[in-house]
Design a protein around this ligand. Structure first.
Ligand SMILES: [Fe+2]
Ligand SMILES: [Fe+2]
Length: 406
């Protein structure tokens, strides 16, 4: 008996999921880089949340691909598609970057997911239907956010059009190198490079200092001992300035996530770094929320620790954040939680509670990942800790007497 071919077979489906996974992971890589260059802290926080959202999607796709014979993602996806999507990292400015990612690449991804869902068979592709019904509304919400953000902003349109053309020339996301059973758009014979005259770009680099708009200045946060001498109400304000300042930790992690893709770091570790990154974005958001409730605006970021961290190699930077800085702040967490409770400031205590809980994971997992990164290395974590202190002395030009100015 002959029957209709409906639904997706495992090979075709795995091919589509690999393409989607490539785009989700590339979105993570690009947003972690641009997190450092986006000027408004509200937009930074929001893209931080969305980066972790993309990390969830990537994780679901990875899990699904494990059932579907897996395979190497970048080795399978069309080179022209890879070129067209990756070039958005080198956008000439913040609006161009957001426009290219959220108003060109993500809508293409949304259409691609929708196409997968539309042809899926409810029984044979049940896993995929379930996954796509979770991903699609989240992606729609992200695109809607960017539309509202860029509504009155004319910047970056030429850039976005160049990404659009490169994707068209690559034959869209549905194209694979082998081409079997895929739709090939017009101009599919051309490569992304030939078909696109993109506006002149500057290669993306990680900035030496976090970029902010003029509301945030690089100035010191009050040292911890001095805060302890203030009245409770004044100390709370200073404390939530420290929370907002955790954007420096998010930024160090953004550099780690961004570079992890070029360092052969396995996905489970990148996945964890995106989580750690998101935690620090949330802690910084705790600061913004509470400061505004207390009648203050976030107005400062002490960039000392970011400047130090970004000058260290990848391995030492992870050690610096997790085993030097986060370990250093750890003893303050419990007394602060108790103090807020004793003073009846339950709103502040709520934030201190979640910060404390997250930080315990950061220190523990930081050590685990360093051990993994040292698997083929003669050095132990303790050696890396000593080398990190040597880097710190070289960067600051003096012996390390205190690891944090605040
Ligand atoms: Fe934190
Ligand atoms: Fe942390």
């Amino acid at each position: 008996m002959k029957t209709d071919a409906r639904g997706w077979g495992a090979f075709e489906l795995a091919d589509r999921h690999r393409t989607a996974l490539f785009v989700e992971q590339e979105s993570i890589r690009q947003q972690s880089g641009w997190f450092l260059r986006i000027a408004a802290w509200e937009t930074k926080h929001r893209t931080g949340y969305q980066l972790f959202n993309d990390s969830d999607h990537a994780q679901w796709l990875v899990e699904r691909l494990e059932n579907l014979r897996g395979g190497s993602v970048r080795a399978t996806v069309s080179t022209a598609v890879i070129d067209a999507v990756t070039r958005n990292l080198d956008a000439p400015g913040e609006s161009a970057f957001i426009r290219g990612l959220y108003l060109v690449i993500k809508p293409r991804l949304l259409a691609f997911y929708q196409e997968t869902l539309d042809r899926a068979d409810a029984a044979a592709n049940a896993f995929d239907v379930r996954m796509l019904r979770r991903i699609i509304p989240e992606l729609e919400e992200q695109i809607e956010w960017a539309r509202n953000l860029l509504d009155d902003d004319a910047d970056g349109r030429a850039w976005a059009e160049s990404i659009e053309r490169a994707l068209d020339a690559a034959g869209g996301l549905s194209r694979t190198e082998v081409g079997a059973g895929t739709e090939v758009g017009s101009g599919a014979r051309q490569t992304g490079h030939d078909a696109c005259d993109a506006p002149t770009t500057v290669k993306f680099t990680l900035p030496a200092a976090i970029v902010f708009d003029n509301r945030i200045t690089d100035k010191p946060i009050m040292p911890h001992d001095r805060k302890m001498e203030l009245s409770f109400d004044d100390a709370v304000v200073e404390q939530f300035r420290v929370f907002f300042n955790e954007i420096y930790a998010a930024s160090i992690l953004a550099t780690v996530v961004h570079q992890a893709f070029d360092q052969n770091v396995p996905w489970p570790m990148i996945r964890w770094f995106t989580r750690h990154f998101w935690d620090e974005v949330r802690h910084s958001q705790f600061g913004a929320v509470r400061l505004i409730e207390l009648g203050q605006e976030p107005d400062r970021c002490d960039q000392t620790l970011y400047r130090n961290g970004v000058q260290m190699p990848f391995l030492h930077r992870i050690c610096y954040l997790t085993l030097v800085l986060e370990k250093h702040y750890m003893p303050r967490k419990k007394p602060r939680f108790e103090l807020y409770g004793n003073e009846g400031d339950l709103r502040s205590q709520l934030f201190a509670d979640h910060d404390w809980s997250d930080e315990m994971n950061h220190v523990r997992n930081g050590r685990d990942w360093l051990e993994t990164l040292l698997e083929d290395d003669a050095r132990a974590v303790s050696d890396i800790e000593a080398e990190t202190m040597a880097h710190l002395e070289r960067i600051t030009g003096k012996p390390v007497t205190s690891v944090s100015p605040f």
